[in-house]
Design a protein around this ligand. Sequence first.
Ligand code: C2E
Ligand code: MG
Ligand code: MG
Ligand code: MG
Length: 277
Amino acid sequence: SIAKKEGAVVSFFGQETQKAAHERLLLESHLLDALHQGELAVYFQPLVSVRDKKRLVGAEALLRWHSPELGNVGPDRFIPLAESNGQIIEIGNFVLHEAMKHAAHWCKRSNNPFKIAINISPLQFRERQFVEHIEDLLDLYELPPGTLELEITEGILLQDEHHARASLARLRHLGVQISLDDFGTGYSSLSYLQKYAFDTLKIDRSFISNLEFNEQNRELTRAIIAMAHKLKLNVVAEGVENAFQEAFIQAEECDFAQGYLYGKAIPAEKFAEKFTH
Ligand code: C2E
Ligand code: MG
Ligand code: MG
Ligand code: MG
């Protein structure tokens, strides 16, 4: 009967929700110790200049979790969790230390400028002493401030506009660069571009990943690059995987690119081997 079928549907979804809740608990209980057990590692994905023959100009720090019990868990699965339970503060701090330490090392050994991009969570950014903390870390690792680029998302700007604006101004005063990550996926991005002084705009991978099939995405990508340049912002294309996508962003005079075409995120030691001499 229909009633029976409906009952079946309800219990099916009930089980799914339970399964999701179970996974959440499982991840959460393991994540608590992961940092202290050394299961978290910061990897580095190359950032290249589009104009300048794919010359390496820096890296984005990306967190990896290799859990003995759960296998590899992607940041998309555990960062939101850490954000909701507050653990992102400690985890984010670990990322800042690791990324800045390695970047400082690479800067000292290289004659070319090097940029290190680090993702910052809203909760982390809203910490009272966040800007001072960044300043302390720049001193500690003797990293030139212009080398550091903090990647933020609209979420940071949504919550406390006044505080966000003040912190961003202080960071820029230090000489730290600010980029707006995942551009094009959220809402009300355009007004933010006016209100806050960013250095860089990162076009979300979802636009780049189907450029060859999707005329609309080509138009949007073209428009975003042109608009960013009018506002004197640098543009990074994320998720460049093939020659078509590269040729397209090159023709549109995009400044920088990241993607599997140039390299995935790899551990610091491997990155140093491959990219510094
Ligand atoms: P994101 O900041 O937009 O980082 C770029 C993501 O795109 C990374 O995924 C990167 O591995 C992936 N990617 C880059 N090029 C390609 C490509 O050519 N093809 C494909 N398929 N993917 C590509 P990942 O490392 O899984 O990170 C996912 C998200 O997790 C990040 O997105 C970022 O929002 C968050 N995340 C990662 N590490 C951290 C961290 O240390 N702190 C915070 N707060 N968030 C982080
Ligand atoms: Mg990012
Ligand atoms: Mg990000
Ligand atoms: Mg992104």
